[in-house]
Design a protein around this ligand. Structure first.
Ligand code: URA
Length: 277
């Protein structure tokens, strides 16, 4: 099945009001396989049925967000002609999860809407909540220095304002705690649409929450960083979150993050390269 067929297929289910496909859990699977076969004699005779166009079997769809253990959450499909303005409008004065209770602002995202590179962080902190702009606090200043400094060192024409920056969740989690799975899932649909709309040449996932949201993995950043992965066909690289790098002892991690950014920048600015490696 190609991507367009898959899209139509998922739309078909969505139009039926089906947004989740529940996979049997381990005990149900065991019960199914352990069940004795139905004897021939008690099976109802098969009625002649007219051939109907049955949809193809469900295949593993590209799941952008965290998948609960026994529940395949279908990706929210980006509507035709989606735009950032429309996504922001649909978010509205969002009350879809508990994060609305203490937030001052919804931090949607900022930067160049034609960016070749999108950075995805975890969620707004206090400064971002106050200003309504992502990555403006201490971690944000480090991110800016990393982008501008790394590019300048290699004489690459790239600055923070050339990139687009957003987060997995758009409202500040209380006490800067890690967003909970349901918060990531609810807000993740908007991140998914932002990325689908932006269609950058590459995505940089900053830290484990962004990596988990986009790659549906629990692997640690140390293991994942610096390797090319894909999100819906778009090359993606995980690197350390700047907050982690702000801790004085993370000197080695800083060097690694700089290496990751160099690799990313050279790829996004090299027009001859369609594939990262
Ligand atoms: N940390 C994040 O993950 N995002 C921000 O916007 C700021 C700090």
């Amino acid at each position: 099945m190609n991507a367009e067929q898959l899209r139509q297929y998922l739309e078909y289910f969505r139009d039926l009001g089906i947004t989740h496909i529940t996979a049997p859990d381990a005990s149900q699977l065991a019960a199914i396989s352990a069940a004795p076969p139905v004897p021939e004699a008690v099976r109802p005779a098969a009625a002649p049925v007219a051939p109907i166009a049955t949809p193809p079997p469900i295949v593993a769809a590209p799941v952008p967000m965290k998948t609960p253990v026994n529940d395949l959450v279908l990706p929210t499909l980006a509507p035709e002609g989606d735009t950032l303005a429309r996504i922001r409008e649909e978010i509205g004065d969002c009350k879809r999860c508990r994060l609305c209770e203490a937030r001052k602002s919804i931090v949607f995202g900022s930067g160049n809407e034609k960016a070749r590179l999108v950075f995805v962080g975890e969620g707004p902190g206090a400064d971002e909540d106050a200003q309504g702009v992502p990555f403006v606090g201490r971690a944000g200043q480090l991110l800016t220095a990393m982008i501008d400094g790394t590019a300048a060192k290699d004489s690459l024409p790239l600055r923070r304002e050339d990139c687009y920056i957003c987060n997995v969740v758009k409202c500040r989690p209380p006490d800067n705690r890690t967003p909970l799975p349901d918060e990531m899932e609810i807000c993740g649909q908007f991140l998914y649409r932002q990325l689908m709309t932006l269609q950058p040449k590459a995505i940089c996932a900053l830290g484990s929450t962004a990596a988990r949201a986009l790659l549906n993995t629990k692997e640690g950043v140390t293991k994942m960083r610096g390797r090319w992965q894909r999100w819906n066909g778009i090359p993606l690289m995980v690197t350390y979150h700047p907050s982690y790098l702000l801790r004085a002892y993370n000197v080695e991690a800083k060097k690694e993050a700089w290496t990751d950014l160099r690799k990313l920048f050279h790829f996004v600015l090299d027009d001859s390269k369609v594939h990262p490696e």
